[in-house]
Design a binder for this molecule. Structure first.
Ligand code: BEZ
Ligand code: FE
Length: 289
């Protein structure tokens, strides 16, 4: 490769973009162009190789529809979603850490009442999970009327939107905190699951000898007036994939121990049946500026 011409070319391209009126867009595009050009020079990228890349990105886009977001999946698998989350989070001490949203979020899910189960099929071999906690502000204030949106996979490792056999909105919904900030969720204990591998991202995992597993978790998005919204997970402390999440999204502070309770009187207290899993978990929000 002619190094001088390639380096000049980068400068010429950067110059053409230098009149982008929006300063932030100008900064982002300039940096992207510089890094892309450096990358191509670094690996001596051939035209055939770049066509493979373009074909891969094209098919990743084409795989997307209203239920499948392969572009987010790609960003997640490259660790980019986790990196952007960490860079932009800036979570002060005491606040709940954030993590990735993932591609299976559905807005506007049904409201669930205090203690209502998000499991919309018979319990079968599962046992209930109770998650009780409070939504709190930075000064320990209890936040009323916060929305706690949750979603998780069923015990077959699939989200409702991946699995035509599940009722719509199975294992997802939103709760509201009471006047004292408390919420009460009934669900089942989540399981680890493989991300979808029947698309381009699956091919990427395959050729890079990577496994597709995410450690068991419950997703949560908490929103409350006057506070920053919080996108997070609750990870199961006993999961074998905690140290090797395929999308690099585990944070130590989000790992939780689920306690098994056999006592029927304790179950009745929470409006459930014994045995059940129990998790006490507060969400700590930050104030909106
Ligand atoms: C999820 O947890 O739903 C998820 C996150 C990133 C990629 C795939 C799935
Ligand atoms: Fe998930």
């Amino acid at each position: 490769m002619n190094e001088v011409i390639a380096a000049d070319l980068t400068d010429i391209v950067l110059e053409r973009y230098s009149r982008t009126p929006d300063p932030r867009l100008r900064e982002i595009l300039s940096s992207l162009i510089r890094h892309l050009h450096d990358f191509a020079r670094d690996v001596n990228l051939t035209e055939d190789e770049w066509m493979v890349g373009i074909d891969f990105l094209t098919r990743t886009g084409q795989k997307c529809d209203d239920k499948r977001q392969e572009m987010i999946l790609l960003s997640d698998n490259l660790g980019l979603s986790a990196l952007v989350n960490t860079i932009s989070a800036n979570v002060p001490a005491g606040a709940t850490e954030t993590t990735v949203l993932g591609p299976f979020y559905v807005p506007s899910t049904p409201e669930r009442q205090w203690g209502e189960s998000v499991l919309l099929r018979p319990l079968g071999d599962d046992i209930p999970l109770i998650v009780h906690g409070r939504v709190l502000g930075p000064d320990g204030e209890h936040i009323p009327d916060a929305t706690i949106e949750i979603w998780q996979t069923d015990s077959n490792g699939m989200y409702d939107i991946q699995d035509p056999d599940q009722p719509e909105n199975n294992l997802r919904g939103h709760y509201r905190s009471r006047d004292d900030g408390q919420f009460l969720i009934t669900s089942i204990r989540p399981t680890s699951y493989p991300i979808p591998v029947d698309g381009p991202v699956g091919e990427l995992l395959n050729v890079t000898a990577r496994h597709p597993w995410r450690p068991a978790h419950i997703h949560a998005v908490i929103t409350a007036k006057g506070y920053n919204s919080l996108t997070t997970h609750l990870f199961d402390a006993e999961d074998e994939y905690l140290k090797e999440d395929v999308v690099f999204a585990v944070k130590e502070s989000l790992i939780r121990a689920f306690t098994r309770i056999e006592d029927p009187a304790e179950a009745a207290k929470w409006g459930t049946t014994a045995p059940f899993w129990f998790l006490e978990n507060d969400f700590h929000l930050t104030k909106a500026r």
